[in-house]
Design a protein around this ligand. Structure first.
Ligand code: ZN
Length: 507
């Protein structure tokens, strides 16, 4: 069998008796008062379950395992499990990574056995079973699974693995330390699990947003960056070199909720008004961050050895982590970094990568806003990528939504409604006045006669001197719109909402 089989299991650990734990402590050089204290801690172990802040069950004695929530517990557990590692390594059944053989990975009570052959893995399982018996430990068979990691073109092995008398079941994916790995190491599987978790976090943010009626931009952004992004970018140093649409879609959902716009609103417009970059830029920076860590890591660390091995493999195989990171660095004009092994400055590289990725994204963004029919008004309003004042100021949800929809071209004016009914542009005229003009954002805000009373009121309200009302509609149309929609956020939002009310009564 080519490729490696991975098995993960949780071991329940039992302190057999006082002498057993005592011997282990003495063997590692713990003696004197510290020895007495630890022995004493485990002499009459009792636990109770807290049902509510004031309600507890009866105390019951516990004769196996370590104390729950105790800072010392992982160390005591390590004393026992440490003996297992040389035992498994001694079998020499692991997978070869360069000149090194990796047979098992340990994290707290999580154990992964790795082997390149079925017989090798079965040998490791037998050794584990014998060892747990002598140590009076139990393996949690419910959580113990086999995963055959292989190419998509290969079939899964038919071998039946056993742990003692139990048959160990196969799985096609396994969640290890928070990241779901699939049998073909397809990161789309891992990412879709992270997106489901991120979606739950975003759901909780959105329900807070609606329960509170509204939220300020800074607060919304802060909560998003601290509760949703950390879920979405978990381990993205490993999988984040390419762009995943489902992650970006979740990002857009957060923005649409805050701006109060519908699903048909052009993405480039909402990203730029919010001033949020796409998530892939953040994730690709994480790939480079991991790259820098591995480059600066001492040679004896396993991660570093795997990195060097992967780099060697990259000469023969295209689909490696090294190659995906290299493509990214090449794109950022940092190819020379992949060619030598010298220590590098993480800060400098990350800054260069980020500014290049952001610059590329902005170029693409600029082309997109100039080529989308809905953004007929927007392209004249926005030339730089930053959070708009109307987004940052304290507006109600309805006010914010009114401005966002007018800017992004989704306000239900004739020019937009006609697009869906395939009406020629020259026939999408305003039904509110007799001017015969096309009802677009300019006509609606600056010229339509039906709203002149409201408009004069607005211009008076926003004039520095009320005696001399501004004649914004005498400016060139785009300059006038720019002036109105960039400043005066509250007044213009109320004007749009009032006009819309009149419009709805008639149409
Ligand atoms: Zn009109």
């Amino acid at each position: 069998m080519k490729g490696s089989s991975v098995i993960s299991k949780t071991i329940t650990f039992s302190v057999r008796n006082k002498t057993d734990l005592g011997n282990k402590l003495l063997a590692v050089g713990v003696y004197g008062n510290m020895y007495k204290v630890i022995r004493c801690l485990y002499s009459k172990l009792q636990s109770a379950v807290r049902l509510s802040p004031t309600m507890f069950t009866e105390w019951f004695s516990v004769d196996s395992g370590v104390r729950q929530g105790d800072n010392l517990a992982p160390t005591l557990f390590a004393l026992f499990i440490d003996e297992l590692v040389p035992l498994i390594n001694g079998l020499c059944c692991g997978a070869l990574i360069g000149d090194d053989m990796i047979s098992c990975l340990l994290y707290a009570d999580d154990l992964v056995l790795i082997s390149g052959t079925v017989d090798g893995l079965q040998n490791q399982l037998n050794a584990l079973n014998d060892w747990t018996k002598t140590q009076l430990m139990n393996v949690n068979t419910e959580k113990t699974k086999i995963m055959h990691i292989r190419k998509t073109t290969k079939d899964r092995t038919q071998f039946t693995f056993r742990l003692g008398d139990n048959i160990v079941a196969f799985v096609n994916k396994y969640r290890y330390l928070g990241l779901t790995l699939s049998e073909h190491i397809d990161y789309n599987v891992s990412v879709s699990e992270l997106v489901s978790a991120g979606s739950r976090s975003l759901g909780s943010l959105i329900s807070k947003f609606f329960n509170m009626g509204n939220m300020d931009y800074d607060i919304f952004t802060k909560i998003y960056e601290n509760t949703v992004i950390p879920v979405l970018d978990y381990a993205s140093g490993v999988w984040g070199a390419k762009q995943y649409d489902n992650i970006e879609r979740l990002h857009y959902r957060a923005i649409r909720t805050f701006l109060g716009v519908g699903k048909t609103t052009p993405i480039p417009a909402i990203l730029a008004d919010m001033g949020w970059h796409p998530v892939f830029i953040h994730n690709q920076c994480n790939v480079v961050r991991l790259w820098c860590r591995l480059m600066n890591m001492p040679g004896h660390r396993i991660c570093r050895k795997v990195f060097v091995w992967d780099r060697d493999m990259s000469r023969r195989y295209r689909n490696t982590w090294f190659n995906s990171a290299k493509t990214l660095l090449d794109r950022c004009n940092l190819s020379h970094l992949t060619e030598n092994d010298s220590a590098i400055s993480t800060r400098f590289i990350l800054d260069s990568v980020k500014s290049k990725l952001v610059a590329d994204f902005k170029d693409k963004w600029f082309n997109e806003i100039n080529n989308m029919p809905k953004l007929r008004t927007y392209k004249h309003l926005k030339t730089e990528f930053y959070a708009e004042p109307y987004v940052q100021k304290h507006l109600t949800r309805t006010q914010r939504s009114a401005i966002a929809r007018i800017r992004c071209g989704t306000f239900p004016l004739e020019v937009e409604r006609g697009r869906y009914r395939n009406i020629p542009i020259e026939q999408r005229v305003c039904k509110m006045c007799n001017s015969g003009s096309i009802e677009d954002e300019q006509h609606f805000i600056l010229y339509c006669d039906r709203y002149s009373v409201l408009r004069n009121k607005l211009f008076t309200a926003i004039s520095p001197d009320p005696a001399y009302p501004l004649h914004i509609n005498e400016l060139p149309p785009n300059a006038a719109l720019n002036e109105l929609l960039s400043n005066n956020n509250k007044s213009i939002a109320n004007f749009i909402l009032d006009c819309d009310r009149i419009r709805r009564e008639i149409i």
